[in-house]
Design a protein around this ligand. Sequence first.
Ligand code: IMP
Length: 437
Amino acid sequence: MANTAIIGMQWGDEGKGKIVDLLCPAFDAVVRFQGGNNAGHTVRFGEHHFALHLIPSGILRPGMRCVLGNGMVIPPDALFAEVDKLAAAGIDSAGRLFISRRAHVILPLHIALDQARERASGGGSIGTTARGIGPAYEAKASRFGLRVGDLEASDFDARLAAEHRRIGAELERLEAEVPELATLREHCSAWRERLAPMLRDTEYLLAHWMREGKSLLFEGAQGTLLDLDHGTYPYVTSSSASAAGACTGSGVAPTRLDGVLGVLKAYTTRVGSGPFVTELEDETGEYLRRRGNEFGTTTGRPRRCGWFDAVVARHSRLINGVDAIALTKLDVMDALDEIQICVGYRIGERLCRDLPSSMDDWQRAKPVYVRLPGWKASTEGNLDFESLPENARDYISTLEREVGSPVAAISTGPRREETLIRASTELHRLTSGRLTE
Ligand code: IMP
């Protein structure tokens, strides 16, 4: 039975939610291992239509178990709001949703600090989702953090007061309002009670399931270029969004991970600030944004749009060891006359095929494009590779050649059924043969 990670290969919003949803039947549990409610995807369930930010969409499948791993940062109120929304749609998560005691709590203090810092940094801001992600991970790394399991600890009150003093001092310096300690205490005791039935030492739970022969699907949030180590630092999120994070963020050993499915959008988008060499600030960019509905699920911000960047995708293939690619939103490009793929960067006199590590290089990098003719025909809902327009097939083979991994699935529309699966030994292996059964 294979344990597989699904990882975003760009700056997030590649459409991982849909691919996870599609692959779910081949797995017994879905595990999130990093990030918090900065992520998000919209799910449709019968008449209901809502966004999930913390709980994997796998929860919509009867009997599917979901784990929020130790690598996550969790604001309990946002979690309960999702549990309640699910319940209102008739989906009971009790006994199927488990949270690692080692996951960290995002306190209202962290949210206030994220917002105050972004406000104070003006034009130089990261453009965070303002959900307190960075400050919560900072607290974790500096060992001031409070874990969800610590809500039960005998010294919890003292540690909460210390965190209140520490963050309160910075909020005061930034002339921002400091949440009351008494109110925080009230929140924490409500959280303690409601979280208790969901808390587990999830590394042992996962080990137990693996011993029983169950398959785990690791659902990455954000994307590799937002990874704290391997992304466009400092314009990144504060967690390990690449495949290695699946292990540190869940307690499942690297030797137990069987493979990685990388998700790539057929073009590129990013939200927030930071380098984006293939960005299109013209009508083609506007076309992609409109046709691709490129507006953030979490913040509603318009996403920046641009051509496919093979330098970015190659970096992600390397960092994640991508076995196969799921290519999304191909249909969004249907109406374009010409399509460009960035195959390298020109940085001063140098021609680079690898991703720069310094912001100075990023700022000077200019895209080197190959141009391909568009296909000018509808691919919407197409489920047969051979019947895709020839220019669309050429586009996909050029991407495969440039990136170095095979495209095993192609999404040609927003609905789950609108996904073309190619006969592929890699995908067969990553899903233990259960997807095609
Ligand atoms: P943070 O994760 O809120 O700290 O934001 C850091 C950077 O990551 C910002 O540029 C955000 O726009 C970006 N980011 C965080 N989560 C997502 C996501 O789920 N999709 C796309 N970008 C994200």
